[in-house]
Design a protein around this ligand. Sequence first.
Ligand SMILES: [Zn+2]
Ligand SMILES: [Zn+2]
Length: 246
Amino acid sequence: MTLDIVATGSGGNCYLLAAGRDTLMLDCGVSYKRIQNALGYDASRVTGCLVTHEHNDHTRALGDLARAGIDCYMTRGTADAKGVSGHRIHPVTAGRAFTAGRFTAYPFQTEHDAAEPVGFLLSYEPTGERLLYATDTFFLRYAFKGVHYFMVECNYCKGIASTRYLNGELAKPLYDRLLASHFSLDHLKDFFRACDLTAARQIILVHLSDGNSDERRMVREIQSVTGVATAAAAAGQRHELTLTPF
Ligand SMILES: [Zn+2]
Ligand SMILES: [Zn+2]
C-alpha cells in the first residue's frame, strides 16, 4: 500500500491510501483543487472518502467531493454538524464495520470537541494488511492488536505547551482546548504501551501542532517506546507501507 500525505496539521488534513485498484481518501480538509492536483485530476480512482469529524481542517472539500460523485462516509453526527446530505453521504456508526471497495473499515469512537468523532481501523482484504487511523483525540479508550501500520495524531508536547501558556504565548482557551481535544506525546506513548505491537511495521505521526510540538523528539521517543520504525508526516510525502520493510 502507499500513503500520500496531501496535508497534515491544523491547517488541513488529507491522506490518500492506495492499494491495488482502490484509493481511500482519509479526511478532506484542503481545497478541492489541491485534492484534484494530488489525484492527477482523476477523481474516478477514489473508492471513497472517510471523514473523522466535522472540523474544517478535515472536511473543507466535502461538498465538492460529494458533488463529484465520490462516496463519503462519516457518522450521522458529523454529517449533521457539517450540514451535508444526499446519496453520496453514507452514515456510519462506531462499532459497525462497512466496506469501501476492497477495504473493510471499522469506525471507533474518539475523544474530541466534535459532534460524533471517530477513527478508523482499515483492513485491505486481499492482503490482510491493517492500518489504524486516529486523529483529533485526547486519548484512545481502546487498545489494538494485529495492526501493521499506525497513522496517529501526535499533536503536542505537554512541557512545550505549558511553558508557552505560562509565558503568555498561548491563550488559556487555546491551552485548555489543546489538553481536552488533542493527543499529547505522553498520552500517545501510553496508548502504544497498551497495544499489542507484535504485528506493527510502521508508525506515522500526523497532525503535529505548529507551535507546541518537537518533531525529532516525538519520532525518537515513540520509536524507542514501541521499537517500531516511526516517521512524522509532512505534506507531499509518499510512504510505502509494506509488511516486509527490510
Ligand atoms: Zn484537526
Ligand atoms: Zn478537530
